[in-house]
Design a binder for this molecule. Structure first.
Ligand code: PD2
Ligand code: ZN
Length: 296
C-alpha cells in the first residue's frame, strides 16, 4: 500500500474516534435494546475504535443516560459500585493472592457467584475466631441509627474490626482486588451463625434514605454499594441466599461467595435478598459490606 493512502486510512480511523451525538444515540439504543456493555464495546472495536477510546465513550454515555433517566423519574442518582473484571466470558479471576472461579453472573440485579474464594482452612479459622464472640444478631433501627434484636434475623453474629487479624486482612485484600474496590471503603467482616429454623428475611443492605437515623449512619463512609456473603460451611439442607425479585437462590457451599451491588438506595436495583431458613445442619457466613467512601 502506498504511504499516502495508508495515512489517509489512518486519518479516517482517527476522525471516526470523535464521540458524536450520533454515536451516543447509537450506544443508548444498543443498551436499551438489552445489549450488554461488553457486546457494545466489542462492536465498536470491530468497527475500528481503539479499545480505550471506545470504553471511555461507552462509560461516559451510559453514565449520562442513567443520570438523565434518574432525574426524569425522581430516582436517586446512580453512583459507582464495586465491579469484578468480568469481560469476555471469563471463568476465572485473579484476586491478588489466589485464583477465584466465576460460577455465574447476572446483570440486573448485579450478582456474581464465586467459587474457591476462601480455602477450607480459612473458613474453619474464621469460624473458630468468631465462635467465642457470637451474640444474637441485631439489625439497624431506622429511626435512631442504633441497633436492636429483631425477629427478621434469627441468627447469632459478631463483627471483626477491619484488619483486626492477619486472616481478616488477607481476606479483605482479596475482596478489594476481586471487586476493584478500596479496602478502606469496607466495613469490618461480620460472621453469622444460623441453626435449623434460623433465617434472615428479605431486606436491602443499603440504608433507607427516608429513615431519620440514616443521615447519621451515612456520615461514616456514605451508602453501602456492595455486599459479599462468603459461605464458611455447607449446610446439610436449606440456608440459600435468595433474590426474590428475580427468583434466584444461591446454594451455600463452603468457600463460595455471592457478590451483589446496588448503585443507588432504591428497590429498582432489585437487590432485595434474604437468607432462607436452614433446614438441617448449621450455616456459617462472613459478610463484607462496601461503602461509597472511606469507612473510617
Ligand atoms: O446469610 C445469608 O445468606 C445472608 C442473606 C442476606 C446474609 C445477609 N443478607 C447479610 O449479611 O446481609
Ligand atoms: Zn443482607
Amino acid at each position: 500500500m502506498k504511504r499516502s493512502s495508508r495515512l489517509a486510512r489512518g486519518a479516517q480511523v482517527i476522525a471516526r474516534q470523535q464521540v458524536t451525538a450520533e454515536l451516543r444515540q447509537w450506544i443508548v439504543a444498543q443498551a436499551t435494546a438489552g445489549q450488554s456493555p461488553e457486546d457494545v464495546l466489542k462492536a465498536m472495536i470491530a468497527s475500528g475504535w481503539t479499545e480505550d477510546v471506545a470504553a471511555e465513550a461507552l462509560e461516559d454515555t451510559l453514565k449520562g443516560f442513567l443520570a438523565d433517566h434518574a432525574r426524569a423519574n425522581g430516582l436517586p442518582q446512580p453512583v459507582s459500585v464495586p465491579e469484578p473484571m468480568l469481560t469476555g466470558g471469563t471463568n476465572r479471576i485473579w484476586a491478588g493472592d489466589r485464583e477465584v472461579q466465576v460460577v455465574m453472573s447476572m446483570l440486573a440485579p448485579r450478582v456474581v457467584v464465586f467459587g474457591g474464594l476462601l480455602s477450607d482452612a480459612e473458613c474453619d479459622e474464621l469460624v473458630e475466631l468468631a465462635r467465642p464472640r457470637l451474640a444474637r444478631s441485631e439489625t439497624v433501627v431506622n429511626e435512631t441509627g442504633g441497633s436492636e434484636v429483631n425477629t427478621a434475623r434469627t441468627s447469632r453474629g459478631m463483627f471483626f474490626e477491619r484488619g483486626e487479624n492477619p486472616l481478616c486482612e488477607r481476606i479483605e485484600a482479596r475482596l478489594a482486588a476481586l471487586t476493584r474496590w478500596p479496602v478502606e471503603n469496607g466495613e469490618g467482616l461480620q460472621v453469622l451463625h444460623y441453626t435449623p429454623g434460623a433465617e434472615y428475611k428479605p431486606h436491602y443492605d443499603y440504608f433507607e434514605p427516608s429513615h431519620s437515623g440514616t443521615p447519621g449512619i451515612l456520615k461514616r463512609g456514605g451508602q453501602r454499594v456492595g455486599t459479599v456473603v462468603m459461605y464458611l460451611n455447607t449446610p446439610t439442607a436449606g440456608g440459600g441466599t435468595t433474590f426474590p425479585d428475580v427468583h434466584l437462590e444461591v446454594a451455600p457451599m463452603k468457600g463460595h461467595a455471592v457478590f451483589f451491588s446496588y448503585d443507588r438506595p432504591h428497590p429498582m436495583t432489585r437487590s432485595l435478598h434474604g437468607g432462607a431458613p436452614v433446614i438441617e445442619g448449621e450455616k456459617w457466613v462472613a459478610t463484607k459490606w462496601m461503602r461509597e467512601g472511606v469507612f473510617a
